[in-house]
Design a protein around this ligand. Structure first.
Ligand code: ADP
Ligand code: MG
Length: 917
């Protein structure tokens, strides 16, 4: 890549070693010209050959930046037709030695000044070659994720616009840098996943005009205080899909520039044109510097790895003509206008001078141009400058000053930085989509189950009612049939009875009571008739009986059918309850997934928070801030929440609401250490809010946190858990709970094993809080609390010492109170535990938080005569005398004085030493 055009971004050391600059004598005679005779390429911190293209990419994988000096090429315009005539009798004032990268400027007929550039482009240099040596390495860097700047500087008419802005529609070979750069960019990006957009602006008299929307003429510059990135939120940003649309846009911009200049009554040579190409590329995991740095944790996180994007920017600047403005007003400007027109360009010159001279103040804020280009000079962008000059001796002065500008710009060192960031938005979008899909799928399943259940229920119902109806019908039919049969038989019997009756009567009448043979015969017949009749009846009865049996059978049949139906209904019911159970399982599963998603959300939040904090710490410069005096709470919050903490706090509160405290606490016992770390951080954040503390303790959070101190071996967990405990320990009820759950020995153990000063600070802070509880004094001491505090001074970190001192002061205060109330007698437990020598050693510590606490502790100890002897032998008397005289806080000074004067032992000793107090 670096070889693309032979624009070898040569390294200074090579150059100095191999090229001996052949200087004309006259150079030495002029002390002012020392600039040009110095090593022409400023020294660089690393000596990797080319930094163009791949070089930067490889070196910056750790994202700390690589040095990249501003590269400067000089381009000579051929004589134009006027010059052919006017300068016919004169030689060109410059002579180029492109192979040596040198330019000689004629001073007079016999003197030449020699200058060296990164590249020297003769009047024959093709536009393609100019692009390849000046701009291509910058474009390649932009495609790799660095910001880039290509800028042209020179007198009006020397070819700045020719070099940068030619569209080359009539002649492809004439295409300038803007068009060629966009061709290369479009060939490299994939518009499915990447994006490309363009702004095009003009800066004139400190006003920025939008060349893509002429109505928009007051665009302001916004600087991100964190990253220093500048942006122009008011400028139109047009998405580029293909080359044609870009050329169209340039043409439109050019037309608007012309119209604006006519309106403002100025020439385009007086304004600066700025093209900004924003490239956003997504990066494959292993190519990304960020993802190899941060996201290496567990498999759960892997699927949630936020995509990485590189958002870089190519800025192409066609500057206003560098010639001085005629302040006489001949161009129709007032003096004020002339000043304003010149402001940006002269401010740029001043900044470049200041950067070239490594000056401590760079006047970036003096003009809009320098604010816009702050990343290009002395910033993080790869910058390439082409200075354009003409050959005419009539413009010697302007040509010389252009060359000097280029020479100074060559000394500006940038520190290239990869513009890579996690694309949290797209991750969040992805998660949202996943969640929505799950929710929709779940809803669909639920609906399907419900439909199925309903269907089975109605089917069962229908079958039931059909069976019932069938049964009823059959019964009714039977009943009717029996009834009918019965009626018929009754009817028949009645008929027979009626038939038999007259016969009987007649016989009675005709035969009378007498008895003869004929009578016998007829009686026999009657008998026979009766027998027949009885037979008939018997048959009838038999038939009836068999019919009844059949009906009974039928009824039994129906009954068994009914039981069968009932059985199948029961089966359907059990099927229904099975489906219900499945539905419940589904709901349960969904709930679990939601919890997991929320936890992952919290991890994401924590990651973004960590990233923020890292960048904030990187941003923080100098030793400006010293920790606050005493509120541990503030310190813990500082540790865990950054300046934009409100947002995070809100999100944590949201997680808290969504996930529920119990679930967060259960994550403290997760198997995965990363999950535990995230969970304990969330709990610590919650514990920093007084409103949450009671809930956390009630839900068993305190016990879990103490447990973590015991079971975990991870220093981060120790640090964060101790911080959370310290927060909880601000409340009196919690202090007792902590003590009762063996907190002191756990904190002591953590203190003994901890190495990170921040862990020790948290532990010391927690013990210091406990020290302030009157009821816990002797238990705290008996369980080694004071020894643990004193043990932590080994670390020497002022923050830790401040907490130790605070603990001692708290303890001494409670003791003093107890002694005054008569509930304690005898020597101070602090003195018994050997704290005095440390107290005396640090009584005049230069860190005021440490000193103040110790001063107070000394005053408290001195209030009781039982301590006086030890204090004298331990050297504390001297410190008390000093405090009573020199302490800057009046209240402490007075307290020390009163304590000294009211103690007979101290007074005696002072008298013995002949010291007046
Ligand atoms: P500037 O933008 O610096 O004021 P221009 O780019 O407008 O200068 O160039 C002034 C004139 O010189 C234009 O007519 C342009 O075509 C011509 N010109 C500039 N550079 C070259 C070059 N390298 N070869 C041929 N013509 C050039
Ligand atoms: Mg121009």
């Amino acid at each position: 890549m670096a070889a693309s055009g032979g624009y070898n971004y040569r390294d200074a050391t090579t150059q100095r070693g191999s090229v001996k600059v052949d200087r004309p004598l006259s150079v030495n005679s002029n002390p002012k010209s020392s600039v040009k005779s110095k090593p022409l390429v400023p020294p660089r911190r690393n000596s990797t050959g080319s930094v163009a293209g791949g070089g930067a990419g490889a070196a910056s994988k750790d994202n700390t930046g690589v040095p990249g000096r501003v590269r400067v090429a000089v381009r000579l315009r051929p004589r134009n037709s006027d010059e052919m005539v006017l300068d016919a009798d004169f030689a060109d004032i410059v002579e180029l030695q492109p192979e040596l990268k040198r330019l000689k400027l004629r001073r007079n007929n016999w003197d030449l000044d020699t200058y060296e550039f990164d590249e020297v482009l003769t009047e024959f240099a093709s536009q393609k070659r100019v692009y390849e040596v000046v701009a291509k390495p910058v474009v390649e860097s932009v495609l790799e994720g660095y910001n880039g700047t290509v800028m042209a500087y020179g007198q009006t008419g020397t070819g700045k616009t020719y070099t940068l802005g030619r569209l080359g529609e009539e002649d492809t070979a004439a295409r300038g840098i803007m068009v060629r750069a966009m061709e290369d960019i479009l060939a490299d990006v994939s518009l499915d996943s990447d994006s490309l957009s363009v702004s095009y602006l003009q800066l004139y008299m400190e006003t920025i005009h939008d060349l893509l929307d002429p109505a928009n003429d007051s665009i302001s510059i916004v600087e991100d205080p964190k990253t220093g990135d500048v942006s122009l939120p008011g400028a139109s940003l047009v998405e580029i899909r293909d080359h044609k649309s870009f050329v169209e846009l340039l043409r439109l911009g050019e037309a608007h520039r012309f119209a604006t200049n006519t309106k403002l009554n100025t020439e385009s040579s007086r304004s600066h044109a700025i093209l900004m190409v924003h490239v956003k590329k997504s990066v494959k995991g292993r190519d990304s510097a960020l993802s190899s740095q941060n996201v290496n944790n567990s498999h759960t996180v892997k699927s949630l790895k936020p995509p990485v994007v590189r958002k870089s920017k190519l800025v192409v600047v066609d500057l206003a003509g560098s010639e001085r403005i005629d302040k006489s007003g001949s161009e129709g400007h007032t003096l004020e206008e002339a000043k304003s027109i010149n402001l940006s360009l002269s401010a740029l010159g001043k900044c470049i001078n200041a950067l070239a001279e490594n000056s401590s103040h760079i006047p970036v804020r003096d003009s809009k141009l320098t604010r816009l280009l702050r990343d290009s000079f002395g910033g993080t962008a790869r910058t390439s400058l082409v200075v354009t000059i003409g050959p005419s001796p009539r413009h010697r002065g302007e040509t010389a000053s252009t060359i000097m500008f280029g020479q100074r710009a060559m000394k500006v060192e940038n520190m290239l930085k990869l513009k890579e960031e996690f694309d949290y938005k797209s991750l969040s979008r992805r998660l949202d989509i996943q969640l929505d899909k799950l929710i929709a799928e779940h809803e669909r399943q639920q609906k399907a189950f419900e439909d199925e259940i309903e269907r089975i229920a109605t089917e069962a119902q229908n079958q039931m009612s059909e069976v019932e109806k069938n049964y009823e019908d059959a019964l009714e039919k039977e009943r009717l049939k029996y009834q009918k049969d019965y009626m018929e038989s009754i009817k028949k019997l009645e008929e027979q009875l009626v038939m038999n009756q007259p016969k009987h009567d007649f016989e009675k009448v005709t035969n009378g009571p007498k008895d003869d043979g004929s009578n016998v015969t007829s009686s026999k017949e009657i008998c026979k008739l009766h027998v027949e009749e009885i037979d008939d009846l018997r048959k009838l009865l038999q038939r009836e009986t068999s019919l009844r049996k059949a009906a009974e059978e039928e009824s039994n049949n129906l009954k068994s059918q009914l039981t069968q139906w009932k059985r199948s209904e029961a089966a359907a019911n059990s099927e229904i309850s099975k489906l219900r159970k499945m539905l419940e399982d589904e709901a349960h599963q969904k709930e679990k997934l939601e919890v997991e998603i929320a936890a992952l959300h919290s991890q994401l939040l924590q990651m973004s928070f960590d990233a923020d904090e890292t960048s904030r710490q990187l941003d923080k410069s100098g030793p400006g801030k010293v920790g606050g005096l005493d509120s541990l709470m503030t310190q813990v919050r500082h540790l865990q929440l950054n300046d934009s903490g409100n947002e995070d706090k809100a999100s944590i509160a949201k997680i808290f609401e969504q996930v529920g405290l119990q679930k967060i606490l259960s994550l403290l016992e997760a198997e995965d250490n990363d999950v535990r770390i995230h969970a304990v951080k969330v709990v610590a954040n919650l514990a920093a809010e007084e409103a949450n503390q009671e809930k956390i303790v009630e839900a068993g959070g305190l016990t879990s946190l103490l447990m973590l101190l015991k079971t975990s071996e991870d220093e981060t967990i120790h640090r964060v858990a101790a911080g959370a405990i310290a927060n909880l320990a601000m409340n009196e009820t919690n202090q007792e709970l902590i003590m009762n759950q063996g907190g002191i020995s756990l904190l002591s153990m953590t203190a003994a094993n901890g190495e990170d000063p921040q862990t020790l600070r948290m532990v010391a802070g927690a013990i210091a809080n406990l020290c302030g509880n009157d009821k816990l004094q002797s238990k705290l001491r008996a369980e080694g609390g004071i020894k643990a505090l004193l043990g932590m001074v080994r670390c020497g970190h002022p923050d830790v010492l401040a907490q130790v001192a605070r603990g001692i002061a708290n303890f001494a205060k409670c003791e003093s109170r107890a002694s005054t109330q008569g509930t304690k007698n005898g020597k101070s437990l602090l003195i018994e535990d050997g704290a005095l020598s440390w107290i005396v050693q640090n009584a005049n510590n230069e860190a005021s938080p440490i000193r103040r606490h110790i001063e107070l502790a000394l005053c408290h100890l001195a209030q009781h005569e039982t301590n006086a002897k030890d204090m004298i032998s331990g050297g504390a008397l001297w410190e008390l005398v000093r405090i009573s005289r020199d302490c800057s806080r009046e209240d402490i000074r007075t307290l020390a004085y009163r304590t000294l004067t009211s103690s007979p032992t101290f007074q005696g000793e002072l008298r013995r030493l002949r010291i007046n107090n």
